[in-house]
Design a protein around this ligand. Sequence first.
Ligand code: AQP
Length: 345
Amino acid sequence: MTDQRPAAYAGPKRVFSGVQPSGDLHLGNYLGALVKFVALQDEMEGLYCVVDQHAITQWQEPAKLTAQTREIAAAYLAAGLDPAKAIIFPQSAVPQHTELAWIFQCVARVGWLDRMTQFKDKVGKHKERASVGLYTYPVLQAADILLYKATHVPVGEDQMQHLELTRDIAAKFNHDFDAPGFFPLAQPVAEGPGARIMSLRDGGAKMSKSDSSDQSRINLTDDADAIAAKIRKAKTDAEPLPQTVEGLAGRPEADNLVGIFAALSGQTKAQVLETFGGQGFGQNFKPALADLLIARLAPVSARMRGFLADPGQIDQILADGAERARALAEPVLTETRRIVGFWPG
Ligand code: AQP
């Protein structure tokens, strides 16, 4: 009997990921994405995109968008991405993304997009006022990834559903056009202690750039005083820290702060609780957490300021990256057009 399974993807391993230039980067972006980008850059070829086309799914001041694009690039560099290895570029400088996204809009099903929880969370009760782009943005995200046949996508947990959609689109395209193994089924790289950092004001909501309260997040650009004040005021409950990890159940704010401490110090939550369990939050834990955050983020923020002082250098890195990205994208798109049957075949 012949094997009926579709052929597996046989191409090289490649990383793609992106961050929206939609506001100041925060600790969640840093631990959930940037730290992983840097860890992966020596393992495989990687494309690290500033996804400005995703950013405009919600209103962005044009004058600020350009500056924010340079800021994200500066954050990538400050976190440790090396442009000699990693391809760093703005999404809008590679028009192949949107062309592939159109083809994928015709592959994806409305029912698939209707299930995306991030869209529902972002629009709340006002779906009819949201942009069409916000609704279809996971399809553009699939195009971002598959345009480079990326096999690995470092993301926070909030993006897992979108990555599943990317795999569904790849599988349906390969099947419908009888092109087994043409697009890979990209894997998330989401494990690790920083995969889901929650708001400092509400342990049930993720830390987010678009949260109206600046107190809810630690920005990469916050100075030492701002970080210390935000941690001092971070919401907790009235109980002391538990002695064991099981004791964090049902205590989302405590769990989040202990998780942040663990992620930054390279310890497990259990080890953190061995030191601080049984004590009140303000006694030693919060001051130690603030010190840890300042020690870890201050050098990143200083390097970011250094890069931003030379926008010409950032622009050169982005332009070089866009050229390298276009060179990888064009053959994939040409082949996709041929598979779909676009003229001249
Ligand atoms: N709270 C988080 N914890 C862990 N990872 C996170 N990421 C975002 N928030 C957290 C990861 O950061 C990467 C870039 O995210 P993005 O800017 O492209 O979009 P987002 O997920 O929508 O991030 P924000 O900060 O919440 O932005 P807004 O408020 O504009 O929607 C992604 O890998 C994401 O998983």
